[in-house]
Design a protein around this ligand. Structure first.
Ligand SMILES: [Zn+2]
Length: 385
């Protein structure tokens, strides 16, 4: 009998695994994978100032090629339980739709891949050609310190090497088969500060209002696009998110004015080239204003997996099941793929993300069945049977 992705998804949804809680989700996966022949490890990672986090690594097979499925079983908090039409950890199905926190982000995809893997192994008498692994973290949705980064380092230290990674984040905007994510933009935060001289508003000649310089510099940084986009990416974008002067009185010219901004950048840039570009543009517009940019450290570099056989294999599997060829997308926020890319080519394909992190997060049961069929095809094509 084929494995049932819907039953697996419901079991996972009933585990209250809000980061950093394991909630029974990894234990359940371990119990599912071990009898199929997987060697399962549950490394726990710690870091001063953060809560210890449980993770899971399961592997079957010893040779290459080695395909790793990456994902997470932690979820964001449900918010107000009463606002949900079905309990966020009940795993209820109504009118063919499965409700629950993590239904699409991303316990649903973990369940689909587990079901596909079990079916694949059953068909090959638990002796797969090559190796198949699960790299599952409990720390994706919060600070992501004791999760994928350390799990990858831990695996590398054990001599694990991967040929390709499929990450099960909800990659489809509207319908299953919309998009395979082959890249994600980088993200960088900075604060623009202009330093003036404090004084009485009635005696501006004795002061130097930093607001003038800040407005000029902000206008300059917003005036021109950072680039025109690349073959796979939209243009990079800078957005100011806050202007902070903190002046509570009406008769004081402030001594300093600051504005925070975030940049989402494409593969035309590195963090270093981007900082130089912003500072050059600010310098050119500054005139006499005294300014500086304080950059925050970022671990969110851009990643792009070039089109090729692995990307085609996954896109073709999705097309074969859904009848539509997915676009190769690089939109949206960052994901753990930014860490995995340093170890092997990685792409993302999962459920439809429209309700992720929302009240009544949900997925049609039919999507779980279809995604399992897609993953199953990926395994058949990847391992050549
Ligand atoms: Zn996620």
């Amino acid at each position: 009998m084929p494995a049932d992705p819907v039953a697996i998804a419901r079991e996972l949804l009933r585990c209250p695994s809000v980061t950093p809680a394991e909630g029974g989700a990894l234990a359940y996966l371990e119990g599912l994978l071990k009898p199929a022949g997987f060697e399962v490890q549950r490394p726990k990672f710690a870091e001063p100032g953060t809560v210890d986090i449980e993770n899971l690594y399961a592997r079957i097979g010893a040779g290459s090629p080695h395909l790793v499925f990456a994902g997470h079983t932690d979820v964001v908090p449900p918010g107000d339980d009463a606002a949900w039409s079905h309990g966020p950890f009940a795993g209820d199905i109504a009118d063919g739709v499965l409700y629950g926190r993590g239904a699409v982000d991303m316990k649903g995809a973990v369940a689909c891949f587990a079901a596909a893997a079990l079916d694949h192994l059953a068909a090959s008498r638990n002796k797969p050609k090559g190796s198949l692994s699960f790299l599952i973290t409990g720390d994706e949705e919060d600070v992501a310190v004791n999760g994928t980064v350390k799990l990858l380092q831990w695996a590398a230290a054990r001599g694990e090497t991967f040929d390709h990674c499929l990450l099960g984040e909800p990659s489809n905007p509207q319908a299953l088969g919309d998009a395979v994510k082959v890249g994600r933009r980088g993200s960088l935060n900075g604060t623009l500060a202009v330093i003036g001289k404090q004084g009485h508003v009635a005696y501006p000649q004795l002061a130097d209002n930093p607001v003038r310089g800040l407005v000029r510099l902000m206008a300059a940084l917003m005036a021109e696009p950072l680039d025109r986009g690349s073959a796979q990416f939209d243009p990079s974008n800078l957005e100011f998110t806050s202007i902070d002067i903190g002046n509570r009185v009406v008769n004081l010219i402030p001594g300093q004015a600051r504005a925070r901004f975030n940049i989402r950048f494409n593969d035309h840039h590195t963090q270093m080239s981007l900082k130089a570009l912003i500072e050059d543009r600010a310098a050119a517009a500054a005139g006499t204003a005294r300014w500086r940019v304080d950059w925050e450290p970022s671990n969110a570099d851009v990643f792009l997996t070039q089109p090729g056989p692995f990307v085609e294999l996954v896109a073709d599997a999705a097309a074969a099941v859904t009848g539509r060829k997915p676009v190769l997308s690089t939109s949206g926020g960052t994901s753990d793929a930014r860490f995995i890319k340093d170890y092997c080519p990685v792409i993302e394909f999962g459920l439809v993300g429209a309700t992720m992190h929302q009240v009544d997060e949900r997925t049609p049961v039919a999507d779980l069945v279809a995604l399992t069929a897609i993953y199953r095809k990926v395994l058949q094509k990847y391992f050549g049977r």
